[in-house]
Design a protein around this ligand. Structure first.
Ligand code: PEP
Ligand code: MG
Length: 753
């Protein structure tokens, strides 16, 4: 090993040791940041070390410096992209400017008095994909900065990122003393509701939570052991004769990476510089991925994804499964702010603390939205750069119905907000008053209103509402919330509890609908280009028959002596339904032959959500006891629009003539065949859509419990005969949606929507 490298390594480790000591001291965040920059400047022999922190509006604020004028702290701001520091933030990568002063992007900030400095190196302060700031060093002499210094600065940046991130959960106040920014953010309402709370920025869990380590040898050992274990796991998978073709190629690539000496050496070097094993994997990962990106060979390019996946697995392995699930503690009233969010990620949090969600991306029928709706958490989406604009600890007043979030609201806004909150409460009170009244329309049609459920909180809130049954029990939700795959006994308990909590009302149990955006953290994921149209739902459970059989067995056991309704999701052909139905009856037979108690009646039905099934309805209706229309997936496939893609989420509407004709076609067919037909997609929970469904002939709707009041209020004020006539007249209009027309009609006819 070169002497210079060894020296840098030792000093790097010492710096990290001192930094770690600093992290444990009971001092303010500002003081800690001051000491960090002083320490880095001293130990690395730099004339300047400064830390800039991201502020709302894409601004970087000088928050601590050793070497520049102290008066510039909290006074100097640079936009992202402005000057050399802004360039580092924009590119999100480490940059060196040997002749900084003469660089075309250089911007002089006189208050910093930085005229005397020649060279500058800066690294982004990143946590996961989130840019928190920039850390820089500067020198009086022209300096090219050795790679070891760059690496050390990157490590320090990781620690600073951890410090800034950790602090957001400890104190409701801002991380550092800066004036707060009041702002009105406008997006799209995904779930109506009003909430006030403190912002917490959601971070993907793969980012490292502990960065520096004392004992490099132990960390190297940990790394090598984890690589060996993953290698063994992968070899075992490869030995399975069913793993062939593309799948085998992926695992072979994994195996190749676990043995790649170049990668391993780089990680060991990172550990020797003072990092923990997982932080070393994270650090080296981006670096290698960036290099692979530059290689023109398409084969190598394609492997980047595999490589990143393996690195993520390695980090998970190093942290252990329990750590993987551990989320930071949330303040009591949390407004979770995220670029995007998966349903399992949401359920990892203590959901009782989450009062609202702000998203950059997300649409009405994404599963995370469905889960949040079940939990009555308002969401505003389509908020561009919200994770950059909102700072941890900011006060947020959320008026989701208006699609607005007020950031650190002024007194005037707070007053206005209070009035809205009262109005919202009045509406809720009106719904509560109607609780025991029937869902009967003005023309005397009685509707059956049911709930969609799956999570424990769904059931605990049932005392305050009236409903006819559970029209859709999404069994994947308890699976998603569990640490590991629940066995038959655990499932039986879950379903039995659901039956008990619904007080004998009918429940429709839907078999597992996993895949697409509903992933189980412990379940091996497949790499599919189009998971929503891939190996999901009934397609997967028919292939993994053990899973399906176990679930059917649990349904049967939980329903002993009671009525059992089983429904299959994503059925595409009659034969698929028959195969699933046969599996159910075989399981029932097995239970009978074992002498186990059986349900007193069974009904087997299907979701209607794949358009191909519509053209097999005549045949299908001979074999089913009931059908339930899943309008979320049905419209996704009918319009060929990804339900989670914000670019197209509002392009097609459920109240379009095409969708309404489809829905009418289904209910007409079912009525003629005498088969019960309901709607359990999100459409059923929107007051205007719900009255339209009723006018088309649907008599049973299933929705999130939170929507029941509003839907009942709309139904009780509508005359379906009038609406039906109006609808039939407009069903062939050449328009993309009848929503505006129907809204006017409802207002003119005093329908409470
Ligand atoms: C649907 O697709 O409409 C539906 C109810 O199922 P999920 O939203 O769970 O896919
Ligand atoms: Mg569906």
């Amino acid at each position: 090993m070169e002497r210079k490298y060894l020296k840098a390594l030792v000093s790097g480790r010492e710096v990290l040791k001192s930094l770690r000591a600093l992290m444990t001291q009971d001092i303010s965040p500002q003081e800690r940041l001051n000491q960090i920059v002083a320490l880095v400047a001293d130990r690395l022999g730099m004339d300047v070390c400064s830390c800039y922190i991201m502020r709302p509006g894409d601004m970087l604020e000088l928050c601590a410096t050793k070497g520049l004028d102290q008066k510039a702290v909290h006074e100097t701001f640079l936009r992202v992209g402005e000057g050399l520091v802004g360039e580092i933030a924009l590119q999100r990568k480490s940059l060196i400017f040997e002749d900084a002063w003469n660089h075309p992007s250089f911007v002089h900030k006189p208050e910093t008095k930085e005229k005397a400095f020649k060279s500058l190196m800066g690294v982004p302060v990143l946590r996961g994909s989130h840019l928190l700031g920039v850390l820089t060093v500067q020198t009086r002499q022209v300096e090219s900065f050795p790679p070891e210094t760059a690496e050390l600065l990157e490590t320090v940046a990781m620690l600073v990122a951890e410090m800034l991130f950790a602090h957001q959960f400890q104190s409701p106040a801002r991380t550092l003393e800066v004036p707060t920014l009041s702002r009105r953010l406008e997006g799209v309402c995904l779930i109506d509701g009003i909430a006030v709370g403190r912002a917490v920025i959601h971070q993907r869990m793969h980012s490292t939570s502990s960065v520096a380590a004392d004992d490099p040898q132990r960390e190297v050992k940990k790394l090598k052991l984890a690589l060996k274990q993953i290698g063994r796991e992968v070899s075992r998978i490869l030995a399975n004769p069913r793993i062939t073709g593309d799948q085998a190629a992926i695992f072979e690539t994994y195996l190749m990476f676990t043995r790649d000496q170049g990668w391993i050496d780089k990680m060991v070097r990172a550990i020797e510089s003072g990092l923990t094993a997982e932080a070393a994997v994270e650090r080296v990962k981006e670096d290698i991925a960036a290099r692979m990106e530059k290689i023109s060979d398409p084969y190598i390019k394609e492997r980047i994804h595999d490589f990143k996946d393996l690195a993520a697995r390695l980090i998970r392995h190093l942290r252990g499964k329990s750590l993987l699930k551990k989320r930071p503690k949330l303040p009591k009233n949390t407004i979770l702010t995220a670029r995007s969010l998966g349903p399992a990620e949401l359920l990892d949090y203590d959901i009782s603390k989450i009062k609202g969600i702000l998203l950059e991306e997300g649409s009405q029928t994404m599963h995370v939205v469905i889960v949040a709706r079940a939990l009555n958490i308002p969401i505003v989406s389509g908020l561009k750069d919200v994770c950059q604009i909102v700072m941890p600890g900011d006060v947020i007043a959320l008026d989701a119905g208006a699609g607005v979030a007020y950031l650190n609201p002024s007194d005037d806004v707070s007053d206005e907000f209070l009035a809205k909150q009262q109005q919202h409460r009045r509406r809720q009170a009106r719904y509560t008053q109607m609780k025991d009244l029937p869902a009967q329309t003005l023309d005397g049609t009685l509707m059956s209103l049911n709930i969609n459920a799956g999570l424990t909180p769904d059931f605990s809130s049932l005392k305050n509402i009236s409903f006819d049954g559970v029209g859709l029990y999404r069994t994947e939700l308890p699976f998603m919330a569990a640490e590991r795959l629940p066995d038959v006994r655990a499932q039986t308990d879950i379903y039995r509890r659901a039956i008990l909590q619904t007080g004998g009302k009918p429940i429709v149990f839907r078999t597992l609908d996993i895949g697409s955006d509903k992933v189980l953290p412990y379940f091996q994921q497949t790499n599919e280009e189009n998971p929503a149209m891939g190996w999901r739902s009934i397609r997967m459970t028919l292939d993994r028959r053990i899973l399906l059989r176990g679930q059917l067995k649990a349904f049967i056991r939980a329903s002993a002596g009671k009525e059992l309704n089983v429904m299959f999701p994503m059925v595409t052909s009659v034969s698929e339904f028959l195969e699933a139905k046969q599996t159910f009856f075989k399981e029932l037979e097995r239970e009978r032959s074992r002498g186990n108690a059986l349900p007193k009646a069974v009904h087997v039905g299907t979701m209607l959500e794949v358009p191909a099934l519509l053209f097999q309805l005549d045949d299908l209706l001979k074999h089913v006891d009931f059908v339930s229309v899943g309008t979320n997936d049905l419209s996704q496939f009918l319009f060929a629009t990804d339900r989670g893609n914000p670019l197209i989420w509002n392009r097609y509407d459920s109240l379009s003539p095409a969708m309404l004709k489809t829905l009418k076609f289904i209910t007409d067919k079912c009525r003629a065949a005498g088969v019960k037909c309901s709607v359990c997609g999100e459409m059923a929970g929107k007051p205007l859509d719900a009255i339209v469904l009723a006018a088309l002939g649907y008599r049973s709707l299933s929705m999130n419990p939170a929507s029941l009041g509003a839907v009942k209020a709309a139904l009780r004020t509508v005359d379906l005969t009038d609406l039906n006539q109006f609808l039939l007249y407009h069903l062939s209009d050449e328009t993309v949606s009848l929503r505006a027309l129907l809204t006017s009609w409802a207002r003119d006819h005093a329908v409470f929507i």
